[in-house]
Ligand binder design. Sequence first.
Ligand code: TRP
Length: 443
Amino acid sequence: MAQPRGQFGSKVGFVLAAAGSAIGLGNIWKFPYLAGENGGAVFLILYLGFVFTIGLSVMLAELAIGRAGEKNPVGAFARLKGGPWTVVGYMGVFTGFIILSFYSVVGGWTLAYALQTATGLLALSDAEALGNAFGAFVADPIGPVGYHGLFMALTVIVVARGIDTGIERACRVLMPVLFVLLAVLCVRSLTLPGAGAGIAFFLEPDFSKVSAGTVTAALGQAFFSLSLGMGAMITYGSYISHRENLPKAALWVTSLDTLIAVMAGFLILPAVFAFGFDPAAGPGLTFITLPAVFSQIPLGAFFGTLFFVLLAVAALTSAMSLLEVVVAYLVDEKGVPRAKAAWGAGMVIFLLGIPSSLSLGVWSDFTVAGKGFFDIMDYLASNVLLPTGGILIALFVGWTVYPQVMDADNGGIGHEFRWAGVWRFVCRFVAPAAIAWILVNRL
Ligand code: TRP
């Protein structure tokens, strides 16, 4: 079944595409509300600590596995070692279904908000009205499901066309625009009267606020935001040319992703305090705070619409990487034609997302341990499946395929990598032990 593999056209193209996977709703929707729920600065410190130790190491591990294996996660594990390791690949494909199902629901919210911001949402100027508008929107049983379907269809269309055409071109133009807009909005938010309390919340740690839940949330968010633990970066790594310097690429992607998350924190949290919202408001935080910021700038409806459109695109590039894991598996291992794989998997994921959407409205009474379906899916993926995948990926590289992924003659990363010793040590001991300790403590 020797189908020719697509490849990224250039070095910058790869970094932007991988950054396109990493940068998404995780940075702009999830990071600010998790920071808001988990004590602000304390969460930020833990998050940064995890990102630049465990995150960076697992990022490189995934890229290296991908390039050495030249396959989807299942195929890469099978080819490099086989046996029980292949299960890690299957776990990744499964996790892809779970994450994309609720991710696409939130992706749908961004599409809806792009439209609503263009058509009068900002007429609601006070905090309470914006909060109510969001609550009413997500609780509706029809609208959000429709937008979820639309978002999923867009994702499928791009993935069905293949890796080299759609993904790279989209990222190259739109990501820089999003970055500039984010920077401008940060300035507005930071200069709002009363923003100081938000800045203090985000930067002055109160260590009495650290709990097991905070640590798990920060670790889970590091994996989620960097697209780690389920093989997305393995799949992307399989498309990079052997001339690429992977450690450098890993550092770039990790740094860009972190920069955007921190900027989103400086955008949302000062505004939360300036407008008197509750920082622990949960998943709606970004969606109720941003319109309030837009209402405070000239041409707010225009910039607001532009922002939500760009956020939808950022979410789309992330969603593509999630669907790509599933599709690459079906194409490589099962010989399914790409378009058929994309539409089929997309349909299943759409259906799986419906209960997530409904759990914020008509099905809100159905809860397990106080969590609705949406929260259960998110918790299962971010705080259980991704960190567990991270342990196994780190162990796999540290103990099993290290010589293979280092072998410079076969596309390995051995040449010019000064930190190989440290990296191996982190993969062998530090990352697995730290993640396992956090998971066990939480249970
Ligand atoms: N990292 C993306 C975000 O922050 C979401 C994402 C894309 C993801 N691919 C992933 C998360 C793979 C976990 C695993 O929005």
